[in-house]
Design a protein around this ligand. Structure first.
Ligand code: FE2
Length: 348
């Protein structure tokens, strides 16, 4: 097959690499015969590679590229979850927290999510991966990225917010696993033990000089509520740091939409309803509204399984009624805000 050289700026998705690509130390980055997708372009860009050798008349079709792209993201995501697990297990067994390890995970999450076209769709792809605690840390980093971007934060701050998301529950490494994963309700003393994860996390963060005070406060205050009903200090409104307020919203959204040892996950639409119900007394209104008014848009066009088992498609979501979309089902448009018992069972 004929080969040609293309500059990365001219490289279209679908081209197939005709040669292996190495970094400047001679390590293989991407092997030949891989199709170019947005993920690969991003990776090459990170390694400052400008020229590529591709096959002249060989292209992968769009559907296949998309599949490969999701697989690449999934592989990196799994690696981040594994690294998070290793980091927390090491911490539990008395090893010190190392900044370089945190930074690697955080940088990886940042560069992945920057190129994700549809974050909720990706979260749905990885929903069956186990290991809630570690996965949750990565997911909160991902949602925190989105929220920070929607709030208009600068790049450096977005990176800090992602790192706060990844570290927010780091104190759980020192809480007994049987309490963390206990099915059924917790005894008051067990709940007290879990609540300690915020101040333990803060103490652990003090051991790392490179972490800013904003990141540390984000860890310490992510369970504080606007109305003063949170922990560890019962802070209110402006006493709670900006990062903590962002993490609080990202945290609850992931917790509600993820499967746990003791509870089933709920759909994003039930989660919107629940967050709005508890929302105004617990979360910063501006941050909550920014999150809700952006995240629901991703679900337009999504296929859903309804409570009668049939598959429909979400065709419209009114900004005023984000928990009850309009679904196209059996040739009809169904407004779920008018239905009492008919609802979305699962997002596909
Ligand atoms: Fe937490």
């Amino acid at each position: 097959m004929k080969k040609k050289y293309v500059h990365i700026d001219q490289c279209e998705t679908g081209y197939i690499l005709a040669d292996d690509v190495y970094d400047d130390r001679g390590l293989l980055i991407i092997s030949k015969d891989t199709a170019i997708d947005d993920y690969i372009i991003n990776k090459l860009d990170n390694f400052d590679i400008r020229q590529l050798c591709v096959y002249e008349d060989h292209q992968m079709d769009k559907k296949e590229i998309r599949k490969q792209y999701i697989e690449h993201l999934k592989k990196d995501y799994k690696k981040n979850v594994d690294d998070m697990k290793q980091l927390m297990c090491d911490l539990a067994s008395g090893r010190k927290l190392e900044y370089e390890r945190i930074k690697r995970i955080s940088d990886s999450v940042y560069s992945e999510v920057r190129y994700m076209i549809n974050v909720p769709e990706f979260m749905n792809v990885v929903k069956d991966i186990d290991e809630y605690t570690y996965k949750h840390s990565i997911n909160v980093g991902i949602y925190a990225f989105l929220l920070a971007k929607w709030l208009g934060l600068e790049e450096e701050e977005i990176k800090n917010v992602v790192m706060t998301g990844i570290l927010h529950d780091i104190g759980k490494a020192k809480v007994p696993v049987d309490i963390l994963n206990k099915k059924g309700s917790l005894l008051p003393e067990e709940f007290e033990k879990i609540k300690e994860h915020t101040s333990i996390g803060y103490k652990l963060s003090l051991e790392i000089a490179q972490l800013s005070e904003e990141i540390r406060e984000g860890i310490l205050m992510h369970h504080e509520n606007e109305d003063g009903s949170g922990y560890p200090s019962g802070l209110r409104g402006n006493e709670i740091s900006k990062y903590a307020k962002i993490i609080a919203v990202a945290d609850v959204y992931d917790a509600l939409t993820s499967e746990r040892a003791y509870k089933k996950r709920i759909t994003p639409f039930e989660a919107f309803k629940e967050i709005i119900r508890i929302g105004y007394s617990k979360f910063d209104t501006r941050i909550l509204m920014t999150f809700l008014s952006n995240i629901y848009r991703y679900y337009i066009g999504t296929l859903v399984r309804m409570s009668n088992g049939q598959i429909g498609q979400i065709v419209f979501i009114s900004p005023e009624k984000i928990s009850t979309p309009i679904v196209f089902l059996n040739g009809k448009y169904i407004d779920l805000s008018q239905m009492k018992y008919f609802k979305i069972e699962e997002v596909l």
